[in-house]
Write a protein that binds this ligand. Structure first.
Ligand SMILES: C=C(O[C@H]1C=CC=C(C(=O)O)[C@@H]1O)C(=O)O
Length: 375
């Protein structure tokens, strides 16, 4: 595998390629010798490992959908290149103007869904947390120019993971701040995020929002639920695990998040990053707790199919090392259409208007980088 610069990998992206450009590694892949669509975690990881061995391909790339029964899309590419941390090639930021925009559900319908979830959460149900999302559909006069768009997304999200993954009917493109799991040798790292406030309009307001987030009982509870679930899932795979006592703050261009970096030492070197990612998915950061009840609540309250939004995107090499990120702050792109997704963790103390504002701020990740006016 050659190690050319990360900027040239981003610049070299063409429609149909895979790209994941993050703070440590940039991966670009092209073509497909085989596609693995298994839904079972063991079968998926086993089949990918065997194909990597049989073909001699340096790595597998792809995505897992939100729903457990839906087909995965993990590809053994024709060629793949890995480089260091994401670097954005120089360029002029794009400025796109949609000819049509539709919020699905409408803002008021989203608030009504949040209110319904809050009632359930407060009324003695076993549900402790549910993540409710909404979409923003944009139509453009011409096909979306993905190669023209990715450098701006990398530039606007220097600490995030910018990705483009080719799927059966669409391309999933985004800049997520959340690492689901990485494996380097025997070291595994997960970085759950949950608990959010928008960035402030000026430095003083921004600092105040950051301080308010660190002190918010609702957000700390929402975060704790995710960290506990991630640690519980990782524990059987690890001989040792280290969990910071308190979350720290991280920022994206549009929001502050609570973040906890969990590290572990793997018990069995044959357990690949893909196997671990499939075990962790879906965390309560994008589904809720308990998982099955949260999933049912989402099916009842969200009027669209999530597809690969809130799924997983990443890569895995023949040794099992790899990096898998949570597919959020993203959009499906097909021809001249783009469908953006944003969700928020709903807790008993949630305020519907604040959750709506939070999802608007999350849409801002893509809208801002593409020069599209905010919602
Ligand atoms: C579900 C999303 O964000 C998740 C990740 C970080 C913080 C979140 C929150 O505070 O609600 C969400 O759990 C999304 O961006 O669509």
């Amino acid at each position: 595998m050659d190690n050319s610069g990360a900027a040239s990998l981003v610049a070299g992206y063409r429609p149909g390629d895979f790209l994941l450009a993050g703070p440590e590694t940039t991966v670009h892949a092209r073509g497909g010798q085989a596609v693995v669509a298994e839904t079972d975690a063991d079968e998926l990881a086993g089949r990918v490992a065997k194909l990597l061995l049989d073909t001699g391909a340096p790595l597998a790339v792809g995505a897992l959908p939100f729903l457990p029964g839906a087909a995965s899309h993990v590809v053994i590419p024709e060629s793949a290149t890995r480089a260091g941390p994401a670097v954005a090639p120089a360029g002029v930021p794009p400025r796109w103007v949609p000819v049509e925009r539709r919020s699905v559900p409408s803002g008021s319908a989203y608030e009504a869904a949040v209110s319904a979830a809050v009632r359930t959460l407060r009324n003695g149900s076993e549900l402790r947390k549910v993540v409710l999302a909404r979409t923003l559909e944009l139509d453009f006069a011409a096909p979306v120019d993905l190669p023209g768009l990715l450098p701006g997304l990398v530039r606007a999200n220097p600490r995030g993971y910018t990705f483009a993954a080719e799927l059966p009917d669409t391309t999933l493109v985004g800049a997520t701040p959340e690492l689901l799991l990485s494996r380097r040798g025997m070291t595994v790292t997960a970085n759950p995020l949950a608990g959010t406030l928008p960035r402030g309009a000026d430095p003083a307001a921004d600092r105040a929002n950051a301080a308010a987030l660190l002190a918010s009982a609702k957000n700390l509870d929402e975060h704790r639920v995710v960290v506990d679930a991630v640690v519980e899932t990782m524990r059987p795979f690890c001989t040792a695990i280290s969990v910071p006592e308190r979350p720290e703050l991280i920022r994206t261009p549009t929001v502050w998040h609570l973040s906890t970096r969990v590290t572990g030492t793997l018990a069995d070197p044959d357990v690949s990053s893909l196997r671990l990612a499939a075990a962790l998915h879906p965390t309560p950061a994008i589904c809720g707790t308990p998982t099955a009840l949260a999933r049912d609540t989402i099916a009842e309250l969200e009027p669209f199919d999530r597809g690969f939004y809130s799924g997983v995107v990443g890569w895995c090499d023949a040794s099992g090392d790899g990096e898998w990120v949570v597919a959020i702050r993203c959009a499906e792109v097909a021809g001249s259409r783009m469908r953006l997704f944003a969700g928020a963790g709903i807790m008993p103390a949630s305020d519907p208007a604040a959750e709506l504002a939070e999802t608007s701020a999350k849409f801002g990740t893509l809208l801002g980088a593409f020069g599209i006016d905010p919602v």
